[in-house]
Design a protein around this ligand. Structure first.
Ligand SMILES: *Cc1c(COP(=O)(O)O)cnc(C)c1O
Length: 437
């Protein structure tokens, strides 16, 4: 399979190039240039297939000869040492828990696969890379944990000193080994500016092999398709054949785009619900045809506070720019903070189940879909984070404190280790050259 920029379909690159470049040189996003028919392969998975089993077979089908079957299998088994859980909520709504990985959020699936793929290529080529990334708190931990102890890869994570939560800081600063946490005396914007400056410094890039691992990377996007297949094969035969509805709490729309790709490859999906908070540019577009990106507003589902979703460009390219085609597969529903809180409270009271705010928003959207009469179940709602990651919101809404996931509790007990740096581009460059030059 070859890949090309959404803005320049004529220039093809390999999977390896797409993975290490992240963003295409023209500013576009890499997309596959063909749509493989994996219908038979997908139909052949049985209900006991693990994410590693599915990932191994699908990655081989997509990425051979760059990743021959044996390499694809190695990558998938290194990446997916954890699986989702599909649990019933009501007769019509099931929850696909995607928070059983190292950082207790669904981004673990993409980050782990990207890390394993990079490790595979670098080991083969006997070269190394330095991953450079800035985080405002939550997203950095999936990357840090995914790359921890990978061969030939160093990771440098910049975070704003004193501006991330204590739990988030512990997740970034307690791993050690090949993970370095740079505590920047400045804001998140400073961190981002420093990283950008390093990436445009050609000599520095060539010398150190700098690369990013951000969420638009195709090597993070594609593996997110695997858990849609994982969920579908676990449904009763009739439901599996007809295809479920997937409800996807969305911010940058990477998660949803991966599901749409799985359906293109031959997974039966009846419909996708694009569930957002009041940052609802995509539901608005589906409704009106007008795409109006704007600054985001803060909500309690803050991992989805996105006013100009980065993967919208991919969705448009998949549907050839046709809103009608997009609407045939995707329905947009937005949910307010009050509704999200009410859902956390009610689901806890009625079912004894804690939902994090992003998942609760998805459940509310699924309920509305079912109540509209147009839609019938089953609706598989993706649970994107462990409720213990959003303690304050969940406690306030449900009246009870959800348990912290053991992995996070463990990092709270470990000593923090960070390198404090100033907020100038030169400070970062100096650190990188001293450490890796
Ligand atoms: C990143 C994130 C989302 C949004 O996912 P996208 O792929 O950006 O749409 C939803 N929930 C949680 C908890 C997240 O971390």
């Amino acid at each position: 399979m070859k890949f090309a920029s959404t803005r320049n379909p004529g220039t093809e690159v390999s999977f390896r190039e797409a993975v290490f470049a992240g963003l295409a040189p023209d500013g576009g996003l890499y997309q596959p240039t063909s749509v493989p028919d994996l219908g038979k392969l997908i139909a052949g998975f049985d209900a006991g297939a693990s994410t590693a089993d599915i990932g191994s077979a699908v990655a081989a089908a997509l990425f051979a000869p760059e990743l021959p079957a044996e390499a694809a299998d190695r990558v998938a088994r290194r990446a997916f040492t954890f699986d989702p859980a599909l649990v019933p909520l009501t007769g019509d709504i099931r929850i696909l828990e995607l928070f059983h990985g190292p950082s207790c959020a669904f981004k673990d699936f993409g980050a782990s696969f990207l890390a394993a793929v990079m490790e595979e290529f670098l080991t083969r080529e006997a070269s190394r890379a330095v991953i450079l990334t800035a985080t405002s708190g939550d997203t950095g931990s999936a990357v840090a944990r995914a790359f921890h102890n990978r061969e030939n890869i160093e990771v440098v994570i910049l975070y704003p000193s004193g501006r991330v939560s204590p739990l988030q800081e512990k997740q970034l600063t307690t791993l050690g080994g090949n993970i370095t946490a740079l505590e920047v005396k400045g804001s998140f914007d400073d961190c981002q500016r420093m990283v950008k400056a390093a990436f445009v410094d050609r000599p520095l890039n060539d010398r150190l092999g700098l690369t990013s691992a951000n969420s638009i990377n195709l090597g993070r996007l594609i593996p997110q398709a695997f858990y849609y297949i994982y969920a579908a094969v676990r449904l009763p035969a009739a439901e599996r054949k007809e295809g479920p509805v997937f409800c996807v709490p969305s911010g940058n729309f990477g998660n949803l785009t991966a599901g749409v790709m799985a359906s293109q490859w031959g997974l039966s999906v009846r419909r996708f619900i694009a569930a957002t908070n009041v940052n609802k540019v995509v539901p608005e577009y589906l409704e009106s045809g007008i795409y109006a990106p704007r600054p985001s507003v803060p909500t309690i589902s803050n991992a989805m506070d996105v006013g100009d979703p980065s993967n919208f460009e991919r969705l448009e390219s998949i549907f050839g720019g046709s809103r009608e085609k997009m609407r045939r597969l995707i329905e947009g529903i937005f949910v307010t903070d009050d509704e999200t809180r009410e859902t956390i409270r009610r689901v806890y009271r009625e079912r004894g189940m804690f939902l994090d705010p992003h998942t609760a928003l998805g459940v509310r959207a699924a309920e509305r879909f079912l109540a509209s009469g147009a839609g019938k179940g089953p609706v598989v709602t993706l649970a994107t984070a462990h409720p213990g990651k959003f303690l304050e919101v969940v406690e306030e809404a449900s009246g009870l404190r959800p348990p912290l996931p053991p992995r996070l509790e463990e990092s709270l007990r470990l000593p923090k280790s960070s390198v404090v740096v100033g907020n100038a581009a030169e400070d970062l460059k100096k650190f990188l050259l001293e450490k890796f030059g």
